[in-house]
Design a protein around this ligand. Structure first.
Ligand SMILES: C[S@@+](CC[C@H](N)C(=O)[O-])C[C@H]1O[C@@H](n2cnc3c(N)ncnc32)[C@H](O)[C@@H]1O
Length: 207
């Protein structure tokens, strides 16, 4: 399937080819506030609300979906938000090349593609190995948030997280919760909830 490519004109869109490895994030944002990452921002509704709640955090929202990056930029531009930058890239490559180690104060991953077929499961982005990879880029005390509507994905990740010694569950003994007051709902969460599905929320902190 060919996708029409949208040229994104936004002061908050960072073209990958213009970004050094790693970029000077304080220089880009004009301050040295803490840095947080949303992987797979989709249309950016979660990012907008979360960034408005936390004006003293610099957010990088990434997605490899060009139209999503465009929609995210339009949304944050419309609201005059200055603490979000959007990049079109693949998550693992982006983190490896553009995030300094030990610099992220939070990572948000909401409703990543579930790859429901058994034989496709290995294509899922989030698993123990990926979370351990992210840990290198996070600061002590950093937050890790994961949400999915897909039972099998939710349960898999919920079971993997307690095996990562560097992380501490913020939901006590609950491996996941279906409600997370204060955490914004994304477009996909709302869509799935309207279909009667439950969301699996997880919240851990780096020790
Ligand atoms: C089902 S959508 C969810 C979008 C949004 N987080 C939400 O909850 O509404 C999954 C998004 O993750 C993006 N995505 C999946 N894997 C990715 C990866 N490895 N790197 C960057 N983006 C990815 C897809 O392009 C898509 O926009």
């Amino acid at each position: 399937m060919t996708q029409s490519f949208i040229h994104i004109e936004s002061p908050n869109y960072l073209r990958l080819q213009d970004l050094p490895t790693p970029p000077d994030w304080p220089g880009i944002f004009g301050n040295d506030n803490r840095l947080a990452l949303e992987i797979g921002c989709g249309v950016g509704d979660f990012m907008l609300k979360t960034a408005l709640d936390q004006p003293d955090t610099n957010f990088v929202a990434i997605d490899f979906y060009n139209k999503g990056c465009d929609k995210t930029c339009r949304r944050i531009d419309r609201h005059g938000v200055t603490n979000v930058r959007v990049v079109r890239d693949e998550a693992r490559a982006f983190v490896t090349e553009r995030i300094p180690k030990g610099s992220l104060s939070a990572v948000y991953i909401n409703c990543p593609d579930p790859w429901p077929k058994k034989r496709h499961r290995k294509r899922r982005l989030v698993n123990k190995e990926f979370i351990e990879f992210l840990l290198d880029y996070m600061v002590p005390g950093a937050d890790f948030f994961f949400a999915t509507d897909f039972d099998d994905y939710g349960i898999d990740v919920a079971n993997a997280l307690p095996g990562i010694a560097a992380l501490e569950n913020q939901f006590g003994i609950d491996l996941y919760r279906h409600e997370f007051p204060g955490y914004h709902l994304s477009k996909y969460m709302r869509k799935f909830m309207a279909e009667g599905k439950q969301i699996y929320f997880m919240h851990y902190k780096v020790r």
